[in-house]
Write a protein that binds this ligand. Structure first.
Ligand code: FEO
Length: 394
């Protein structure tokens, strides 16, 4: 995989990680791998925008060398300090110890505490510009998109936006641009990225898109730090972000459950049948055999989330808790919720589920649906009717 020309004088010099299967420790599944995108801007002052995860420093250097001797780099812009992007900064700074580093104030604080380098930091804020010759790079702070230090860099003359994690996707491909790949696959990963990382910051996403729109800048290309570059249709990902940030949903429900001896599973399938009969798009996920991050992706455009668990130790099954914990942190907007579950000698699970759905900001549709021991045909009818009732509320 060689370096790739992105625009006149701008090159992709990043790395492709085909094998990573979890990101942020165990928090995020990456079935399709990822890329760490870094960009080299050739001008009177040679400028590197971001680096790559440290194990891929060799790829970064090889790709830079295909364009220029790395010892000629003058500036390094660090849009975001997380180590998947800044990890190879010490390798670069060993080669060019006098290079100027451009980052936000919080970026500087973070880099100092990560790498302890005695480097030439230059703090920038929104509106600041760096003239590197014929090209001008302007900076837009983007706190909490997705970390406090985050910022976007914009190459004015080429109308190229480099927003780091924003608009990215965890997908490894041997192509770099949106017009070269299966766009549905890319959008699927973009939705998963938004749902699992950016969702709690949706109000800030809306504000930032509004701010950038008001700046009136032309955006011909969006070069994120993961996945493919939006060259053919940058508007596609911007519009998707607007939709996700507003919490716009479809007539869709997800039913998530786990089961001990199949009673809760029978209930889940009866609820699903009721939803289906009412003409709603409904998907069923058994948590012990499903990927939590994929479920959260499905949640992003669902109007309701129905969660079921049998009772164990007066509480939920342990496989249910991580999803509910994630939902509390991610704060999905404009969603309805319902709890269900079976119990034996004593209950408790549905109360926990309902409480946690409320904590996550969901509006509870009705009392939980419960069954003692094994559901009778009449009780399964009750579950079926619950599914239809949820459909009517959408
Ligand atoms: Fe926040 Fe791709 O790192």
């Amino acid at each position: 995989m060689p370096s790739v020309k992105v625009a006149d004088g701008i090159y992709w010099v990043g790395a492709v990680d085909w094998n990573i299967r979890y990101f942020h420790g165990p928090a995020y599944s990456t079935h399709r791998g990822t890329t760490y995108n870094a960009y080299l801007i050739m001008d009177e002052q040679i400028t590197l925008v971001d680096t790559v995860y440290r194990p891929f420093a060799g790829d970064l250097l090889r790709h830079i060398r295909e364009v220029v001797d790395p010892s000629r780099i003058n500036n390094v812009i660090i849009n975001h300090i997380e180590t998947d992007h800044s990890g190879s900064l010490p390798v670069i700074m060993d080669l060019v110890p006098n290079a100027r580093i451009y980052c936000t104030q919080r970026g500087k604080e973070g880099l100092e505490k990560h790498y302890f380098g005695d480097w030439d930091y230059n703090v920038v804020k929104t509106g600041d510009e760096l003239k590197i010759g014929k090209k001008t790079i302007s900076f837009i702070e983007a706190p909490m998109l997705h970390w406090p230090d985050s910022m976007f860099s914009y190459v004015k003359e080429d109308a190229v936006l480099m927003p780091n994690d924003a608009f990215g996707q965890h997908i490894a491909t041997n192509f770099r641009f949106d017009d070269e790949v299966d766009i549905d696959e890319v959008m699927d990963e973009a939705a998963k990225y938004y749902a699992n990382i950016l969702l709690p910051f949706s109000p800030l996403v809306l504000k930032k898109i509004d701010e950038v729109t008001k700046l009136g800048i032309d955006i011909k290309m969006i070069c994120p730090s993961h996945g493919i570059i939006w060259r053919k249709d940058p508007g596609r990902i911007i519009n998707a972000y607007l939709k996700w940030a507003k919490g716009e949903a479809e007539r869709k429900v997800i039913v998530v459950y786990d089961t001990m001896w199949e009673s809760t599973e029978k209930m889940a399938k009866a609820i699903l049948a009721g939803l289906t009969a009412a003409g709603v798009t409904a998907k069923l996920f058994k948590l012990s055999v499903s990927d939590r991050n994929d479920i959260i992706k499905e949640m992003i455009n669902a109007r309701a989330v129905i969660v079921g668990s049998p009772t164990i130790n007066n509480d939920i099954l342990p496989t249910i808790a991580p999803l509910l914990d994630d939902m509390k942190g991610l704060k999905p907007r404009n969603k309805l919720g319902l709890a269900f579950g079976s119990y034996g000698w004593g209950g408790g699970a549905v109360g926990t589920i309902e409480g946690r759905l409320k904590d996550a900001g969901l509006e509870i549709i009705s009392e939980p649906v419960t069954v003692k021991w094994v559901p009778t045909p009449e009780e399964l009818d009750k579950c079926y009717e619950a599914g239809k009732m949820v459909a009517e509320k959408l």
